[in-house]
Design a protein around this ligand. Structure first.
Ligand code: ADP
Length: 507
């Protein structure tokens, strides 16, 4: 009988009030049952909100440097258990061990960044326009934050949200994606070990339409941070809009790598293989369009096809594996549907099938797939597939490449390979994306820089870096008047054209 895991509410590991559980299985080996996790309901969310409200009252009064010190301990504990957590993440998510180690490292980096931010959290002091008056701004926490996370970065994304939220003095309720409940369970165990006070961190497992929806709709949760599909983000956005919640949305992408004729083609090739097929294409920053200049198009496609064909698929814990499975059957069916659509829109140059070798038949594997001669406006060139499917588009000059890049509704990342400094800077300026890489693939964000996209990728907020601290706190302004009399701003100091200010007369 598989282990039954619990929720973490008010500092206790507790069973779900529903008494129901869901299975967590290895996407590379369906016969491998990892465990059972709570299929919680609204009552569990209500209890978590009560606990989080109490936790908030103590945590918001804890000095920020002290909150940071706790996150430093969390970073140390994550470092000590990095390999064990990465293995658990690969087992439930499928990507290779090298990648899940990177995923945990991003959590560690985020913890250490947050720890130091505890001694910054700067406000401003600003001169007042009146005499004997002081003006300043500072940051206040907001309350209980609801964090809803996807499957593809089972450690990094939860920590991107949780650590800045905690550092700012909020309490949190996290609901990880139902495909990867184990990694966040380990994260919360570490927070408990580090000494997080009761109620400050709460974990409620469950399904999106049940627990996720209950968190989004709960009036006791004023802040929601969501990463996931654009479709779900739309629902979350509508509800948060109606309830006037503070909301950060991080959603889809349709990211392009542009290769100019002067580029280092070996480097560009390595880049697109990693960008398109790493994480089996299941990254919001995955390269799903390859824009090739006509002068190098045929040669590049030829080499790409050969290299992509040689990628080794398999269970991510097996040493030489390069590409893992898709996360679940629904995801594989979605990829298959797009391959069918693609066959009417371009030429299938590689793949297009489920990978069903002996070691693969028990998992959700799909062959790396490449379409060539794809038209920029077609569905496979504009819609997010979230799988190992790459659309190759030919272009004639750099302006055309920029235009094609910008002709999709998403705007997360882009990449340009060139040795021309002018093209590099023009790309930074012209490409409508939150992130542009020069001579690097569309993936590879670093934890200490803002992460996010424009257009329908997000709603203007950023994860990571210094900007996320603004999302998890409110600006408060304080004015201190020590003049001992009523001073009316804009009036007493400015009497109007041709008139002396009263203040000047008094002196
Ligand atoms: P992905 O396809 O990347 O998993 P989803 O949008 O389906 O994206 O899921 C992202 C997260 O959102 C998951 O934790 C999921 O459980 C949750 N979720 C799904 N539907 C809803 C919903 N209606 N309300 C809130 N959260 C949801």
């Amino acid at each position: 009988m598989a282990d039954k895991h619990k929720n973490f509410i008010g500092g206790e590991w507790v069973k779900p009030t529903t008494g129901e559980y869901f299975e967590n299985r290895n996407p590379a080996k369906q016969s491998d049952l990892i465990g059972l996790w709570p299929r919680s309901g609204r009552d569990d969310v209500d209890r978590a909100v009560e606990a989080a409200r109490r936790g908030y009252e103590t945590w918001r009064r804890t000095p920020a440097p002290e909150r940071g010190a706790l996150l430093k301990t969390v970073g140390d504990l994550l470092t000590a258990r990095k390999d064990e957590i990465a293995r658990a993440a690969t087992r439930e998510m499928g990507k290779t061990l090298q990648e899940t180690r990177g995923d945990v490292q991003e959590g560690i980096d985020t913890a250490y960044y947050a720890a130091t931010e505890g001694r910054r959290l700067f406000g401003h002091t600003v001169p007042s326009e009146l005499r004997d008056k002081w003006a300043m701004s500072f940051r206040r926490p907001i309350g209980v934050c609801g964090l809803i996370t996807p499957f593809n970065f089972p450690m990094a994304i939860p920590t991107w949200k949780m650590f800045p939220a905690l550092l700012c003095g909020n309490s949190v309720i996290i609901k990880p994606a139902e495909d990867v409940p184990h990694t966040v369970t380990l994260l919360v165990e570490i927070l408990e070990e580090a000494g997080i006070p009761r109620g400050v961190v709460n974990l409620v497992h469950g399904l999106g339409e049940e627990v996720g929806a209950a968190i989004v709709e709960h009036p006791g949760i004023p802040v929601i941070s969501f990463t996931g599909s654009t479709e779900t983000g739309r629902i979350v956005g509508r509800i948060c809009g109606e309830m006037h919640k503070r909301l950060s949305l991080e959603m889809g992408g349709k990211n392009a790598q542009i290769v100019m004729p002067d580029a280092d083609l070996d480097l560009a090739l390595e880049g697109v293989l990693w960008g398109a097929f790493g994480t089996t294409g299941q990254r919001c920053t995955a390269t799903s369009r390859l824009l090739l200049h006509e002068d190098i198009h045929d040669e590049f496609v030829d080499r790409l096809r050969k290299q992509a064909k040689g990628l080794k698929l398999g269970y991510g814990l097996d040493g030489d594996v390069e590409v893992g499975p898709l996360i679940n059957e629904a995801s594989r069916e979605k990829v298959e549907q797009y391959v069918e659509i693609g066959q009417g829109e371009g030429d299938l140059a590689l793949g297009g099938e489920r990978a069903t070798g002996r070691a693969l038949k028990d998992g959700f594997f799909f062959e790396p797939t490449i379409f060539t001669d794809v038209q920029p406006g077609s569905r496979i060139a504009t819609e997010e597939i979230f799988g190992p499917v790459l659309s190759v588009i030919r272009f004639g000059d750099v302006d055309e490449a920029f235009r094609i890049n910008n002709e999709v509704k998403y705007g997360l990342s882009s990449s340009v390979y060139t040795r021309d400094v002018n093209v590099s800077f023009r790309a930074l300026q012209e490409l409508d994306n939150g992130i542009t890489y020069v001579n690097a693939p569309t993936i590879g964000a670093e934890a200490h820089l803002p992460f996010g996209g424009v257009k329908q990728t997000g709603n203007g907020h950023r994860e990571g870096g210094w900007e996320v601290y603004e999302f998890y706190s409110e600006t408060k302004v304080g004015y201190l008047d020590y003049s001992g009399r009523l001073q009316r701003a804009q009036i007493d100091n400015y009497a109007g054209p041709g008139q002396e200010p009263e203040e000047a007369e008094r002196l």
